[in-house]
Design a binder for this molecule. Sequence first.
Ligand SMILES: Cc1cc2nc3c(=O)[nH]c(=O)nc-3n(C[C@H](O)[C@H](O)[C@H](O)COP(=O)(O)OP(=O)(O)OC[C@H]3O[C@@H](n4cnc5c(N)ncnc54)[C@H](O)[C@@H]3O)c2cc1C
Length: 269
Amino acid sequence: MDRSNPRERVAAHHREGEGVVRVPYPIGFRTTTVLRTECVTPNIIRVTVGGPGLDGFHSYQADDHVRIVFPDPDGTLRHPVPNEEQMLDWPKPFPTTRKYTVRRYDAAAREMDIDAVVHEGGVGSAWASSVAVGDMVAVAGPPGAKSFPHNYGHYVFAVDTTALPAAARWLEESPSDVSAHVVIETDDAADHAYPLASREGVSVTWLVRSDARSSLAETVQGLELPDTRTFLFAAGESDDIKPLRAWSKGRLDSLFTGYWKRGVADLED
Ligand SMILES: Cc1cc2nc3c(=O)[nH]c(=O)nc-3n(C[C@H](O)[C@H](O)[C@H](O)COP(=O)(O)OP(=O)(O)OC[C@H]3O[C@@H](n4cnc5c(N)ncnc54)[C@H](O)[C@@H]3O)c2cc1C
């Protein structure tokens, strides 16, 4: 598998590609240190990690993710080891990990932000709620991009709180003359305070899931889309975005990713 020049390959696909292309990255493992934490909204905690461990880290696509690797209950960190194929050899049994989007990476400052949703239960959620400045954080990845171009005339984002970091990063990194509908569903209206770059041509619709009943798909299906090549990015609770698969088929190019599933711990996408 060709893992060379991911920066150039992702940039080329952003410029002139079509549809979704996988661009594998050389995959690293690193230990970082918590520099600060911040409650961005009542249910989203930003964990900023950094230090020399971040040197050589890379991220080129708005929805790139890393795996946080958690120690065993006795405190032992069984971590993956980079191999000659620029991939990771993972210990067996597979350690506890959870996936989070690279919300921001600043190579010069040696900092990366992760915006973690806190919810009932869950290793990742408990970690984000309790992590403190100076704690070590083990980070694997990102493994590569499911890259989608920046050259569509219009974009639709159908996301919940977990994919809000990816949508927010896309708003900051995509060309400013591209229009978009961003539809975001949260469990708590207080999370609508999450800061998003405001851009001409981008409309944001905030929804609240009530009693786990989602109106995300039907809201997206009711959008008046412009008569131009449009790309759909759908990510969040997997059952909530599912109806959009049939709706978008043959109509829009798309990227679907189930980020989590009700009642399932550590959903593998
Ligand atoms: C590519 C990718 C990128 C992601 N980026 C982010 C990100 O930037 N920020 C982020 O917060 N999440 C992100 N996620 C989702 C995150 O990995 C899952 O929500 C994960 O399950 C959280 O782990 P946990 O240990 O807290 O809960 P788990 O142990 O996995 O699950 C425990 C229970 O909590 C439920 N649960 C899991 N997540 C939620 C939730 N958000 N709300 C309510 N109930 C939940 C599960 O259904 C299960 O019943 C991403 C997922 C993927 C695949």
